[in-house]
Write a protein that binds this ligand. Structure first.
Ligand code: C2E
Ligand code: MG
Ligand code: MG
Length: 818
């Protein structure tokens, strides 16, 4: 029974049994051994292990086994293997126990054996796989961690160690809680749980608060797996997103920044698909166009363009779009929600995907209607005189040059007319610039009404205007226009509370008769205008070549005058001013002459004008003043009765009253003449210029004791009311009134009125140009105080003057010092 039981077991067991004799030769194999290639019955019985070809798996096993056998000890699980002829290797595990006889003698070994080739292969495979796995894991640049179901780190690759900044030994067996701050660890634990619960992979992005440095953003993929022992594990693979995340954030930021800037600049931002349909429009659009974004999205850009504009935009894009699809400053009209068509300016780029396929456009757009208007206005103003909005000089020149070309082509004539307001300066100085400006504006308006639409009217500055009349058939056409203008300007002009009466002088030059270039025509018209002015106010003249000759003569005169000044060719002549009642000399007028080496004495009328125009009047005037003062002082020192010396002062000298005052002072100081013996003769227009400055200077001069006389009185336009404010001592009635005092009733009336008025203002009155006794008598009867004229004496040189008049004066002056 016992034996049977044992046999059953033995045969049922997968192991087999064996026995060896004292020489370790196999003497028994259980049935199970049959079929084991390692120990075939037929060849194995009576043979030793070596003889069968069973060898140790490892040297360690061999040494141990040998020792066991020598000591006749039991051995266990010794791995032996045999390589078969076909190359297969079989491994068996053998355990044995020594058999001893009753007398204790060694009889052999008895034991069990088991084929472990399969197990071995499995284990080998497992080890292999594990090695492969860890190699793969390590090869990954991304951190990979394997956790067990208790969240403990089992396995991690180098990248994970590097990422967690800890060596492997410090990580194995630890959990997230040991490594990360609690809040983060809990976060990770939740996803671990989720993975374990559902098994399926979980993916998420999150930052990892690693020990040092900035917290990297990781993309994490966790999945569960079943371990060989049935437990679950967690596989964690991570990808570092930090760099991508930074780029994305930067992109997002810059996009937002760009959008903010664009919107702050009053622009809206848009995107279209390849067919030009809006896919996005920023909310700002509502402020600009009136549409809400959703009213535009899905609709084509072109749907919002007015008639004709699509063509313009297509054409513009074809011309201006850069090769990379960008375009700048596309200006076009656009229909606003209100229905209004306004002007927009768009900038944009073409958007392409990674493969270069067009996906649409995007850009910014703003309303430039106002800017456009302003630009148009600026362009307009660049060519305009800001006050009158007439053309300015450069624009006029352009137009004239074009007109000349046209005239040549059409064999036509054209006229350039220079025009200057008479008396404008007086109005400007006496009534103020504001009134002057309004007057100029009105004149501009009237000029435009006198010409045709194709003609050009320009203001060159001040009160100078110029007119271009094109397409003229006859010279008379120009004359007709000029006459029309003269009439229009002469018509009273109401400005504020005043009714202004002004006239103008016009000079005209014709193309091609008077010149064929812009310069020649303008110059000749200018000369003609001067000639017109000389003829008298409100007149018109055509250019004639004689004017040119005179102009060049004038130029010649200018250089000659400069020379004359340097060579001291000027002399003063003196004319007595006599008290009508006492017949005594009460003053002397100094009058300049040019002692020309060839032409002899040249009267001032021939050069004072040019000296004025060229500024030479200032040095010349200063010389006259100094010489006259010196002369008067010398006569006084010679013992003649002191009288005032009258010196003519012209507008050019008095331009800057302060400067003039300074030069006066130094002359008085240098010559030592008492200011009471100097009288300044100034014309009405001069007294009226500069307004306030003038008055202050005159008052200062008067304060020094200096006298002021109004020269040529009656020819100007000064109102008495105005004269009253000035520190004037006397009026000199212009010789033109004196000349006809016998025959002209008007002149009598005027002279009488002047005298009465002057006396009412306590001013003395002197009559100029008295040539006859009759004139003198008449003036005397009218109450005129003094006179001057050929009746008594022409202006004469100093020595002659002293001979003629001062000796008498010396005799008759009781207070004179001899
Ligand atoms: P004015 O100041 O009115 O001078 C009077 C002019 O009348 C002088 O002419 C004088 O010779 C002339 N005259 C005097 N008595 C008679 C007369 O009985 N009959 C006629 N027909 N004429 C008479 P003149 O010397 O040729 O001077 C002309 C103008 O030139 C002056 O007019 C004055 O405005 C200007 N002038 C003369 N000398 C100077 C000067 O030194 N400086 C400035 N700025 N102007 C001067
Ligand atoms: Mg004078
Ligand atoms: Mg005079």
């Amino acid at each position: 029974m016992q034996v049977e039981r044992l046999r059953d077991w033995a045969e049922l067991a997968s192991d087999w049994y064996w026995e060896q004799d004292e020489n370790l030769r196999f003497t028994f194999f259980s049935d199970r051994a049959d079929g084991q290639p390692a120990v075939p019955f037929n060849v194995s019985m009576g043979k030793t292990r070596f003889e069968i070809g069973l060898l140790f798996e490892s040297a360690a096993h061999a040494t141990q086994h040998k020792a066991d056998l020598e000591a006749r000890r039991e051995f266990r699980n010794v791995a032996l293997s045999k390589v078969h002829l076909d190359g297969r290797q079989q491994t068996i595990s053998v355990s044995g126990r020594p058999i001893f006889g009753d007398n204790g003698c060694f009889l052999g070994y008895r034991g069990v054996a088991r084929d472990i080739s399969y197990e071995n292969r499995i284990i080998e495979k497992l080890v292999d796989q594990e090695r492969l796995l860890s190699e793969i894991i390590d090869a990954s640049a991304n951190p990979i961690v394997v956790k067990d179901q208790h969240y403990r780190f089992m396995l991690m690759n180098d990248a994970a160690c590097k990422f967690l900044k800890r060596p492997r030994e410090a990580l194995v067996g630890k959990t997230d809680l040991d490594i990360f701050p609690e809040e983060a660890a809990r976060r990770f634990r939740e996803t671990d749980d989720e993975v374990l619960r559902h098994g399926g992979p979980v993916e998420y992005e999150g930052y990892y608060p690693v020990p040092e440095g900035p917290h990297p953003w990781m993309f994490v993929r966790k999945s569960a797996f079943m371990r060989h022992n049935g437990d679950k594990g967690i596989f964690v693979a991570m990808t570092d997103l930090t760099a991508r995340r930074q780029t994305e954030t930067a992109l997002l930021l810059s996009e937002r920044r760009f959008r903010d800037i664009a919107e702050a600049a009053g622009e809206y931002v848009w995107e279209t698909d390849p067919r030009g349909r809006f896919t996005y429009v920023s909310p700002r659009v509502e402020n600009v166009l009136g549409y809400r974004p959703e009213e535009m999205v899905g609709k084509s850009y072109f749907r919002f363009l007015p008639n004709g504009e699509i063509q313009h935009v297509r054409h513009w894009m074809a011309e201006n779009e850069s090769p990379d699809g960008a375009f700048r400053d596309l200006e076009h009209r656009f229909i606003y929600k209100s229905g209004e068509v306004r002007c927009l300016r768009a900038n944009g780029v073409t958007v392409r995907d990674d493969h270069g396929v067009l996906t649409g456009r995007r850009g910014t757009t703003s309303d430039i209607t106002e800017r456009k208007k302003a630009e148009t206005r600026i362009a307009f103003l660049a060519n305009r005189d800001p006050l009158t909005e007439l053309a300015n000089r450069s624009f006029f020149q352009d137009r004239l040059s074009q007109a000349i070309s046209t005239a040549v082509r059409h064999r036509e004539s054209l006229a350039v007319m220079f025009l200057d307001l008479d008396r404008f300066k007086i109005i400007n100085d006496s009534l103020g610039h504001h009134v002057g400006d309004l007057l100029l504006k009105e004149v501009a308006k009237r000029l435009l009404e006198c010409v045709r639409k194709i003609d050009t009217v320009a203001r060159l500055g001040g009160d100078e205007f110029i007119v271009l009349a094109e397409g003229l058939a006859r010279d008379a056409d120009a004359q007709n226009i000029a006459i029309k203008i003269l009439g229009a300007v002469a018509h009273p002009i109401p400005v504020l509370d005043y009714e202004l009466h002004t006239t103008c002088s016009i000079g005209a030059a014709l193309f091609p008769r008077d010149g064929e270039t812009v310069e020649a025509l303008m110059k000749h018209a200018d000369l003609a205008m001067y000639a017109a002015k000389e003829r008298g106010r409100g007149s018109f003249r055509f250019f004639d070549p004689e004017m040119n000759r005179r102009a060049s003569k004038r130029q010649h005169l200018e250089s000659a005058l400069r020379m004359a000044l340097a060579r001291e060719e000027f002399v003063l002549h003196y004319q007595p001013q006599v008290d009508i009642r006492s017949s005594g000399v009460v003053g002397i007028e100094a009058l300049v002459r040019w002692n020309h080496p060839e032409e002899g004495l040249v009267p001032p009328g021939e050069f004072i004008g040019v000296a004025e125009e060229t500024g030479l009047i200032r040095p010349l005037g200063e010389w006259v003043l100094r010489t006259a003062c010196e002369q008067n002082k010398r006569w006084q020192e010679a013992g003649f009765a002191p009288v005032k010396m009258a010196v003519n002062v012209s507008a050019g000298q008095f331009m800057d009253p302060r400067l003039f005052g300074e030069s006066l002072l130094s002359i008085l100081a240098d010559t030592g003449l008492d200011p009471r013996f100097l009288e300044l003769e100034m014309t009405e227009s001069l007294l009226l210029q500069n307004g306030e400055d003038n008055l202050a200077a005159l008052n200062e001069f008067a304060g020094w004791g200096l006298r002021i006389a109004v020269d040529d009185f009656g020819t100007g336009y000064s109102s008495l009311a105005y004269l009253k404010q000035l520190p004037v001592d006397s009026l000199k009635i212009d010789l033109s009134f004196v000349k006809d005092i016998r025959s002209s009733k008007d002149d009598v009336a005027i002279v009488q009125a002047i005298i009465a008025m002057a006396h009412s203002l306590s001013l003395r009155v002197l009559a100029e140009g008295v040539e006859t006794q009759v004139q003198l008598d008449t003036l005397g009867r009218m109450g005129c105080d003094e006179y001057q004229g050929y009746l008594l004496s022409k202006p004469v040189p100093a020595e002659r003057f002293a001979e003629l008049f001062l000796c008498d004066a010396l005799k008759s002056a009781p207070h004179s010092v001899v």
